[in-house]
Design a protein around this ligand. Structure first.
Ligand code: CMC
Length: 395
């Protein structure tokens, strides 16, 4: 068994070569196709970012127009998807619903299911990016018993999503620029993050030659976990619980619980496998948090104050300093989403919506690589040596 390197959790194994996203964990730097996340989050919108991740370059004016039009042409979902959605209990977790709906797309779009056909992959990519907001909004409307709102394609990507979420047949939703920009920024910050658990899942799943929708559904399933995309939901639940138990006064007690190795309590929204410095996405999200709360007149939001106090105390605490634990993107994104009016249970579905483009870009990169093979990790066997099956009376 000495033939294979044992590396649980892939701490030191590069599973692929990639030209999409670069992270310098020590510096706290994140680049998409070479461009710093701070510049993209300030000067570009989410669809520009999608174009960049998929094609390697930012769009020029004409390409930008054409790409927006192309995506907008695909925002509707087959009407029969509604029947599929209705099969779920209304109180189903949105990520359970999304895992089903995204996988279900493969049953509707037969002209984009052959992962080895570049044209199929291209249409699948556009369909997935275009339909994710529609599906997430449909799942939300279904859960609250309201009629679905169809996409309105002269709006921006984020504006359209917010309208599908918050408009009703009785009252249209007037997108507020600051909130739409915040939503768009959340999408940009979550668009890709190299070989994280869900992206590696999508690559592994796609490497078997399955169809692109199925591979992305696998990514959605993996993202759901609280150590990954589910952390935004867990972080907000944690803040609300501290708030209920006494707020800022109780931070010290809570931190002691986190530091107690006999408890399983973690400071959610803190720590990262790659970042051993401040997550640049968390900095941008904190800035957005200020903007959104300011625009809504919620500067004194107790949860935001609590989060800032918690961050300050943790960053000065020896436990967090020694382990290089800093806030990650999920620490502040929940507060922003909550202020926008997104229910906590939908946070991870929104992460999935945004990460879809990264998953597809990574999938395309893998399939286009002439050296690509089915992913097939090896193992070190530690079970029983060869033995004979005893007769049942002797077991
Ligand atoms: N709270 C308390 N202790 C922590 C935390 C935390 N959030 N994160 C790591 N540690 C401790 C951990 O217990 C370990 O301590 P010791 O050396 O004494 O055993 C040390 O720090 C190293 O941690 P690790 O678990 O070996 O690190 P990892 O790279 O395996 O895990 C992580 C990374 C993100 C899963 C982990 O930091 C974590 O669970 N954080 C909370 C969940 C979270 O916010 N996840 C979102 C990640 S960013 C968005 C995304 O990728 O989806």
């Amino acid at each position: 068994t000495g033939k294979f390197t044992y590396d649980p959790g892939f701490l030191s194994t590069a599973s692929c070569q990639s030209a999409i996203t670069y992270i310098d964990g020590d510096k706290g730097e994140l680049l998409y196709r070479g461009y710093p996340i701070e510049q993209l989050a300030t000067n570009c919108d989410f669809l520009d970012t999608c174009y960049l991740l998929l094609k390697g370059e930012l769009p020029n004016e004409q390409q930008q127009k054409d790409f927006h039009k192309l995506v907008n042409n695909h925002t509707m979902v087959n009407e029969q998807m509604q029947f599929f959605l209705r099969g779920f209990r209304r109180d189903a977790h949105p990520m359970a619903v999304m895992t089903g709906l995204v996988g279900g797309l493969s049953a509707f779009y037969h002209d984009s299911t052959d992962i080895n056909n570049p044209q199929h992959r291209e249409i699948a990519a556009i369909r997935l990016i275009a339909k994710m907001p529609t599906l997430v909004a449909m799942a939300y409307k279904y859960s609250i018993g309201q009629p679905y709102i169809y996409p309105k394609n002269d709006l921006s990507y984020a504006g359209n999503f917010m309208r599908m979420m918050f408009a009703t047949p009785c009252a249209d939703y007037e997108p507020n620029d600051v909130l739409v920009r915040a939503m768009d920024r959340i999408f940009i910050l979550h668009a890709d993050h190299e070989q994280n658990a869900s992206t590696s899942t999508v690559r592994l799943c796609g490497s078997s030659g399955t169809n692109p929708f199925a591979a992305i559904a696998a990514g959605v399933a993996c993202l759901w976990g609280p150590a990954h995309g589910g952390a935004n939901e867990a972080a907000l639940n944690m803040l609300e619980e501290i708030q209920r138990n006494g707020g800022v006064e109780k931070i010290g007690e809570f931190i002691n619980q986190v530091k107690d190795k006999t408890s399983s309590v973690k400071l959610m929204g803190f720590g990262h496998r790659v970042y051993k410095n401040y997550d640049p996405r968390a900095k941008l999200m904190r800035e957005t948090c200020h903007e959104v709360l300011g625009a809504l007149g919620l500067e004194n939001d107790p949860l935001f104050k609590l989060a800032m106090a918690l961050e300050k105390i943790a960053l000065e605490d020896e436990y967090f300093v020694a382990r290089k634990l800093y806030p990650n993107v999920d620490f502040y994104s929940g507060i922003v989403q909550r202020a926008i009016g997104i229910p906590v249970s939908l946070f991870t579905a929104i992460f999935a919506l945004a990460r879809t483009v990264g998953w597809i870009a990574q999938l395309n990169e893998m399939i286009a690589d002439p050296e690509y093979k089915i992913g097939r990790p090896r193992q070190l066997y530690v079970g029983a040596p060869r033995r004979d099956v005893p007769p049942i009376q002797q077991r």
